[in-house]
Every structure is written in structure tokens, then in C-alpha cells.
Design a protein around this ligand. Structure first.
Ligand code: OAD
Length: 240
């Protein structure tokens, strides 16, 4: 399928030396990872305040861990899609950074480098007592998992009401300040501060392309909008 705006996008891509991809759940949709909003989104079936807040974990860590365990079980079965792979391949010939809200680790699995995971990674755990972070790929995970210090482990992701990791945020902002081109892929643009990053890129002089199934709140600031699936558009847009 020939997408409207594809040739213009390819020209922008080829004339840019430094590109940032700002990705959200739509990036992994074709891998079979559910998005959060939209008709089949996770937040249609589950209540974020009962599963993805520090208060929810404090009052009912078992329910929260069971939900993360079920998501980890699902993620264990999925693979990066053609969109993830095309970004990884593109990173071999241009200076590429990926700033993602996804916790699924699929950009890394596809072979990309310089990935900034704003909302953490579902394959990490963090101790609620000593704050030590570690990787954990157990599926199913032992509920309730404990740190060697005896403290309760929690998922190593950022929940509603929590601040983003400042180092990751500042590395993301630095990458965006250098970008000639920012490609916003598959995010509803509703969750802050991630949602402001496209605006920051634009005000730093970057061109902005967006790929999504629908228009988003970014629409007013972008230079070029491509409507369609990330896993189909990205490989065509990024091929040499
Ligand atoms: P959302 O679920 O809010 O939005 C997904 C976006 O992807 C929507 O704009 C869809 O139109 C678009 N989309 C769906 N399928 C697509 C496809 N195949 N190709 C291109 N676009 C597609 O996901 P995010 O914006 O990533 O945070 O959500 C942001 C944060 O909200 C998440 O990181 C998570 C969630 O609550 C936390 O849990 C802290």
C-alpha cells in the first residue's frame, strides 16, 4: 500500500542526520501487545488506579503483581515487528535515539541501541526497601517476590503519580535537543511528561513526523502526518 506523505517523509528522513523516535503502545500493536486506550485498550478492561499507582501496590501488592505477571506472560510470547526492526536497521546508518513509553523491551530485542525507557521496563524489579533494581525474567514470577534485603520487590515501571527517572528524562531531552527530525509513533499523546516531548523537539528546531491510526493532540505541531500502522509505514519510510 502506498501511504500519503510517504515520499515527503522519506526525503525528510534522508536529509536528517540525527533522528529521534518517540514511541508509544501503537509501536508494538502489530506484535500483539495491547495498547492502553482505544476500544480494546487495557484501560477499558482494567482500572489504572487499582493496578498502576503506588497506592494500589501499597494496599494490594498481590493483585498488582498478578496483573504484571499476566502481562509478562503475554509479552514473553511476542516478538518485535517489522517497525521495530526497521528502526534498528536505520540506526546502523544514522544517529538514532529512541525515547519510548513502552515497557515491553521490544526495541532492544530488535537490536536498537540508545533506547530511553521513560516508563521503565517490565523485565526489571525494584526493591521497595533498599531501592535496588535488577533484571527479572521469571514467568510466572513468584508472588510476592522479595529482595535479598528482605524488602518486597515491585515492578520496575513508572506508575501514575510517580516522577520519571531524572537521568532518563534528561538523556531524552538531550537527544531531542540535537534532533533534526523527530518521528512520533503510536502514542495517544495524553500522558505527561512524555506527551510534551514532541513539543520540546519542535521548539528546538526539529521537524516532526507523526505515524498513528488517528489524529492526536500533537496534530497542530507536526510537519507531516502519516495515517496507518507503524509496522507497515516504518519499514517503507526507513528503507534505503
Ligand atoms: P495509548 O494506548 O494511550 O495510545 C496508543 C496510540 O497508538 C493511539 O493513539 C492509537 O491510535 C495508536 N495506535 C494503535 N495501533 C497503532 C498502530 N498499529 N500503528 C500506529 N499507531 C497505532 O498508548 P501510549 O500513548 O503509549 O503508562 O500510552 C502512554 C502511557 O499510558 C503508557 O506508557 C502507560 C499508559 O497508561 C503507564 O502505565 C505509566
Amino acid at each position: 500500500m502506498e501511504y500519503e506523505g510517504l515520499n515527503e517523509a522519506r526525503e525528510l528522513i534522508e536529509s536528517s542526520s540525527n533522528v529521534v523516535f518517540l514511541t508509544g503502545a501503537g509501536m508494538s500493536a502489530e506484535s500483539g501487545v495491547p495498547t492502553f486506550r482505544g476500544k480494546d485498550g487495557l484501560w477499558k478492561k482494567f482500572k489504572a488506579e487499582e493496578l498502576a499507582t503506588p497506592e494500589a501496590f501499597q494496599s494490594d501488592p498481590k493483585t498488582v503483581w498478578e496483573w504484571y505477571d499476566s502481562r509478562r506472560a503475554k509479552l514473553r510470547t511476542v516478538r518485535p515487528n517489522a517497525g521495530h526492526y526497521s528502526i534498528a536497521k536505520f540506526g546502523l546508518r544514522k544517529d538514532v535515539n529512541i525515547v519510548t513509553q513502552n515497557v515491553d523491551g521490544l526495541h532492544k530485542k530488535a537490536g536498537s541501541k540508545d533506547i530511553h525507557e521513560l516508563h521503565g521496563n517490565i523485565w526489571t524489579v525494584k526493591c521497595t526497601r533498599c531501592s535496588k533494581k535488577s533484571e527479572n525474567y521469571d514467568v510466572p514470577i513468584k508472588i510476592l517476590p522479595k529482595c535479598e534485603c528482605g524488602g518486597l520487590l515491585r515492578p520496575g515501571v513508572v506508575w501514575f503519580g510517580e516522577s520519571l527517572n531524572q537521568k532518563i528524562l534528561s538523556r531524552s531531552s538531550e537527544a531531542l535537543s540535537k534532533a533534526n527530525l523527530t518521528v512520533v509513533v503510536g502514542t495517544s499523546g495524553l500522558v505527561q511528561p512524555a506527551a510534551s516531548l514532541a513539543m520540546i523537539a519542535k521548539s528546538n528546531g526539529s521537524k516532526v513526523i507523526e505515524i498513528n491510526l488517528n489524529k492526536t493532540p500533537n496534530y497542530g505541531l507536526i510537519d507531516l502526518f502519516l495515517i496507518g500502522k507503524a509496522a507497515e509505514i516504518l519499514p517503507q519510510m526507513l528503507s534505503e
